[in-house]
Design a binder for this molecule. Sequence first.
Ligand code: 6PG
Length: 254
Amino acid sequence: MSRAYIVAADPESLARSASEFVVSRLEAAVRSRGAARWMLAGGSTPRRLYEIVRDRSDIPWNRIALYWGDERCVPARSPDSNRRMVESTLLADGRVVPASVHPIQGDAPDPVAEAARYGTVVDDPGTSAPLSMDVVLLGVGPDGHVASLFPGTPELQIRDRSVAAVARSPVPPHVGRITVTFRLLDSARSIVVLAAGPEKRPVAEGVWYRDDGRLPAARLRPTEELRWFLDPAAAGDLDRREASAPAPDDPGRR
Ligand code: 6PG
C-alpha cells in the first residue's frame, strides 16, 4: 500500500487535485473492471470537489455506483444530511446520472436495522465480504474521526460487520449515526482524505508524524493507495509542496 500526502496551495487547488485523483481512479476501475464504486463523504470540505466533478463532461457515470460512508440520523431534507449534501452538489440538476446510487436512510425509524440493511448493500451477496470500493472519500474531524468512527469508541473494533449504528455522536450534530466500519475501509482500493483549515493541523501531525493509533484517521489501510490532500493551514509544517496526483506505483511520501 502506498501512502502519501499532497499539500495544495489553497482550498480550491486542494479540491482540484483531489478531484483529479478521484476521477483517475474511477476511470482506471472502469477500464480494468468495467465498473467503479465510489464511496462519498459528508462534511463541508468535499462540497467543492463534488461541484468540480459534476461539471466535467468526460466521466463514465453509467459505469459508476455511488455509496455513502456515513450518515446522520436526521430527515433526508435536513441541512445535516450527508445524502442531501451530495444531492445538492454532485447530483444537482440531474446533470450526473450514475449507474446506481445507494444512500444510507438517515431517517429510518430503526438505525440498527438500517445499518443491517446497508450492510447487505455494501457486502457481496455471494461471499459476504465487503465490496471493494475503488475510491473512498473521507473528511477528517479535528478529533481524528473518519466517517462516524470516533476515537475511543467500540465501533472502531468492529470486524464482523461492514456497517454499524452509533447511538449518539460525540461531535455536533449530537444525533445517532450510521457508519461503515474498518472491515469495509480496509478492503477499499484507494482512500482519499481531505483536510482543510487550521483545526485539522493537530490530526494531520498525529497521523503523519506520530502514526498515533488513537486517531481513527491513522488506522486507514486501504489495499492500494492512501492519499491525503491538505491545504497549507491543515498541513502546518508538513512538506509544503503542491504535487499533481502521484501515479499508482509511486512509493508515496511521508
Ligand atoms: C461529521 C462530519 C465529519 C466530517 C469532518 C470534516 O458528520 O462528523 O461531517 O464526518 O467529515 O468533521 O468536516 P469538514 O469537511 O466540514 O471539515
